[in-house]
Structures are given as C-alpha cells and as structure tokens.
Design a protein around this ligand. Structure first.
Ligand code: SF4
Length: 65
C-alpha cells in the first residue's frame, strides 16, 4: 500500500495527523502534511486509510500497489 499527499490541496487542518500520527506528520514550517510512510507497512494500513478518509480537502490518496 502507498499513500500520497497533494500538497496543493492540503490546508493544514491536521486531522490526518490526529487520526493517524504514525503515518501523517505536519511540517514545522507551514503546518502542511508530511507523509511519514509513503510505503505503508501492513500494521499501519488501517491507520493510513482512516487518516486519508479524515482529510476534508481530499488531499490524501491510498493505493494498493
Ligand atoms: S487533514 Fe488534509 S488538509 Fe489537513 S493536514 Fe491532513 S492532508 Fe492536509
């Protein structure tokens, strides 16, 4: 599983980080999302999906690659 962020959509709400802090971090500079695990390990897949679904800007996508 891979997770990607569209930085143009991210508005820095931080809901992804609150939902799945092991997968999504926030930049100290602008507060926008930083993906910690672009290649998601199996034990974090559920968190990655939940975090992506929490984003109100639809900035996060998860793919089964
Ligand atoms: S929830 Fe969406 S808009 Fe908010 S920081 Fe995460 S990716 Fe950005």
């Amino acid at each position: 599983m891979k997770v990607r962020a569209d930085e143009n959509r991210c508005q820095g709400h931080g809901l992804c980080n609150m939902t799945a802090p092991d997968v999504f971090d926030l930049s100290d500079e602008d507060g926008h999302v930083v993906v910690r695990t672009p290649e998601v390990p199996p034990d974090l897949e559920d968190d990655a999906v939940r975090g992506a679904e929490a984003c109100p800007e639809l900035a996060l996508s998860v793919t089964d690659e």
